[in-house]
Design a binder for this molecule. Structure first.
Ligand code: C5P
Length: 211
């Protein structure tokens, strides 16, 4: 039997190389090209495919994102999702966002069947170079606010100028912020539940030790 973890180990969760929570057993996702490839569709766009590009944080990947990606995919044949890096998301969302790190967000998005490809750490502003390099035909954003880039410019200025920008109504108003708010509201219940769970674990462990 493995020894009971030291409570101080909790401080190391998310920081230690092992990254394992002593209580939940949760392990942080360690990205390798093989692992990422396992989750990706792994095919190139066909010559006449219409390519759609969307970008965002995709933090705490949720049903609002699913509805958005499904609608965005209907604008073409091959959907590329640009996922902003942790510092970029933190710049425009503030607080402790993103909750999930870049690798975790990439993996979540890649599991979606409408997604053909992801850009890991996509630039915040959609540039002409990106549009040309990826042969992008349509750029979409949902109904959530479009926050300016560091210099105050609109990140979709170029796609808007060349007439390939579309605003999509996902018909779903769930956001990552709303999920965080729910968690905060339920924090007390959550902590109580965990306290009871932990007490039960200690009790069972003591019983086993006594045997
Ligand atoms: O907020 P986040 O950057 O994760 O959103 C990624 C994309 O999903 C954005 O285009 C946003 O407008 C869209 N979205 C949506 N409906 C939701 C949540 C997000 O259309 N309920």
């Amino acid at each position: 039997m493995t020894s009971r973890p030291n409570k101080n180990d909790l401080k190391e969760v998310g920081l230690s190389q092992d990254g394992r929570s002593p209580y939940t057993g949760t392990k942080q996702f360690v990205p390798t090209t093989k692992r990422i490839a396992q989750f990706s569709e792994g095919h190139e766009p066909k010559p006449n495919d219409k390519i759609v590009y969307v970008a965002g944080a995709f933090d705490l990947f949720h049903v609002g994102h699913l509805d958005f990606l499904e609608k965005a995919s209907q604008y073409g044949d091959y959907l590329i999702v640009g996922i902003h890096s942790d510092p970029v998301v933190n710049r425009y969302k503030g607080s402790n966002y993103p909750i999930m790190n870049l690798h975790e967000r990439v993996l979540s998005v890649l599991t979606n069947k409408y997604v053909s490809e992801v850009i890991i750490g996509a630039p915040y502003t959609v540039t002409m170079q990106m549009i040309n390099d990826f042969k992008i035909d349509a750029v979409c954003h949902g109904m959530t606010p479009i926050l300016p880039d560091v210099d105050g410019s609109d990140p979709y200025e170029i796609p808007k100028e060349i007439g390939i920008f579309h605003r999509i109504d996902s018909s779903n108003d769930l956001t990552s912020d709303m999920i965080v708010q729910r968690i905060i509201r339920n924090k007390f219940l959550f902590e109580e539940r965990n306290k009871k769970k932990e007490a039960k674990e200690v009790y069972i462990e003591n019983m086993i030790r006594k045997q």
